[in-house]
Design a binder for this molecule. Structure first.
Ligand SMILES: *Cc1c(COP(=O)(O)O)cnc(C)c1O
Length: 432
């Protein structure tokens, strides 16, 4: 399989190149040249299959030419080694819980898969690959845990000292082994700038192999299509299925649309956002107006210029009419988000996190006008990741799952540096 750049000014790349590069040389995003359709018998037997079986069959369509089946099977099984249950919340409305992975958020799927794919490509080489990533909180934990103990790979995570929550910090500073957390005396923007400077530094690039693990990487995008098939497989026979996706950079939704293009019969996708509603607005008006993001309760979705929009637009051949056939936009304020969490908790006992709440509400509204449908929303994170916000909304303490508790008990180990490129550079060069 070859991968083209959405800007179409760079040559198509093979899987290995697309994954190690991340972004195409013309700054476009890589997309598969062809979206393979799955055969009828796959769909006929979908409802009885396990997450790992389904994921392998979908993965094989994309990666089967590039990776031997046995290796691909191992990569899939190691990446998706936690349950993704479809939980009923009320009649015809289900939650696809993607928060049972090590960092309690759906980003675990993509990060774990990418780490293992990269590990496979460098296997047998005696050079170390260095993943350099800046985080404002959540990406760091998914990447650190995804790459933890993967042979041949070392991860350096830069984060702004004192500006991430204690829970977030524990998730990437207590692991040790091949994960180094670098605490920068500065802001997130400084961390991001330092990372960019290292990617552009000739001496650093001569002495070490550097790569990025940000969410535009194809190896994080494509595995996210697997769980849409598995979510569908757990619905009841009979009613048509719709799916609601709380979105920020729109990687998750893009993966769902790819699954649909492969033949998955989800009839509608709901693009649900907080007030950072560039995409719902585009679906309504046909005008794309990227802008500065506004901080909200669902902060992982505070994106004013969603990077995966280019992929979705390309998938629909730049036609807003075509997009409207498959997608409807919804947007909710923080006040509405609080109200949704409260109402659903009081009415059903189900505790939504601030991101999932937005997906839930869009689905509830859609189903109210489409009695012939059932649907699921993607619950992207465990509410315990947002203890302070959650307890202020439901006025009760939040139960912390054992896996998170264990992380919180670990000892923080970091390297402190000033907001200074030479200090970072010396540190990296002495550790490569
Ligand atoms: C990253 C994230 C999102 C947004 O996903 P996109 O793929 O960027 O649209 C939603 N919820 C949570 C909890 C996240 O961490």
């Amino acid at each position: 399989m070859l991968y083209y750049s959405t800007n179409r000014k760079a040559p198509a790349a093979g899987l290995r190149e697309a994954v190690t590069r991340g972004l195409a040389p013309d700054n476009g995003l890589y997309m598969p040249e062809r979206i393979p359709a799955l055969p009828d018998h796959f769909y006929a037997t979908l409802r009885g299959k396990s997450l790992q079986e389904i994921s392998f069959e979908v993965a094989f369509q994309f990666f089967g030419d590039d990776i031997p089946a046995a290796d691909l099977k191992r990569i899939v099984e190691e990446s998706l080694n936690f349950p993704i249950p479809l939980v009923p919340v009320k009649d015809n409305l289900f939650s696809l819980e993607l928060f049972h992975g090590p960092t309690l958020a759906f980003k675990d799927v993509g990060a774990r898969f990418m780490a293992r794919l990269l590990g496979y490509f460098i296997h047998g080489e005696n050079r170390q690959i260095n993943v350099l990533v800046a985080t404002s909180g959540d990406t760091g934990s998914a990447v650190a845990n995804g790459f933890y103990k993967v042979p041949g790979i070392h991860v350096f995570i830069l984060y702004p000292s004192g500006l991430v929550t204690p829970t977030q910090e524990k998730q990437f500073t207590t692991l040790g082994e091949n994960i180094t957390a670098i605490e920068v005396e500065g802001k997130f923007d400084d961390c991001q700038r330092l990372v960019k400077e290292m990617f552009l530094d000739e001496e650093v690039n001569r002495q070490m192999v550097l790569t990025s693990a940000n969410s535009i990487n194809l190896a994080r995008l494509l595995p996210q299509s697997f769980y849409y098939f598995y979510g569908y497989a757990q619905t009841k026979k009979g009613k048509e299925v719709v799916c609601s996706v709380p979105s920020g950079n729109f990687g998750n939704l893009c993966a769902g649309l790819i699954a649909k293009r492969m033949g998955l019969p989800i009839i509608k996708f709901l693009a649900a956002t907080n007030v950072n509603d560039v995409v719902p607005e585009f679906l309504n008006t046909g005008v794309y107006r990227p802008r500065e993001s506004v901080p909200t309760l669902s902060n992982a979705m505070d994106v004013g210029n969603p990077s995966n929009f280019a992929r979705i637009y390309d998938l629909y051949h730049q036609s807003v009419e075509a997009m409207r056939k498959d997608m409807v936009g919804y947007r909710y304020t923080d006040d509405q988000t609080r109200q949704i969490i409260c109402d659903v908790y009081n009415q059903t006992g189900y505790l939504l996190d601030p991101h999932g709440a937005i997906g839930y509400k869009a689905l509830e509204e859609y189903l109210a006008h489409h009695a012939d449908c059932q649907g699921f929303f993607i619950e992207t994170a465990h509410p315990a990741k947002f203890t302070e916000i959650m307890s202020s909304i439901i006025h009760q303490p939040i139960e912390i799952p054992p896996s998170l508790k264990k992380l919180l008990e670990g000892e923080k180990r970091t390297v402190k540096i000033k907001n200074n490129r030479d200090e970072l550079k010396q540190f990296l060069l002495s550790h490569s």
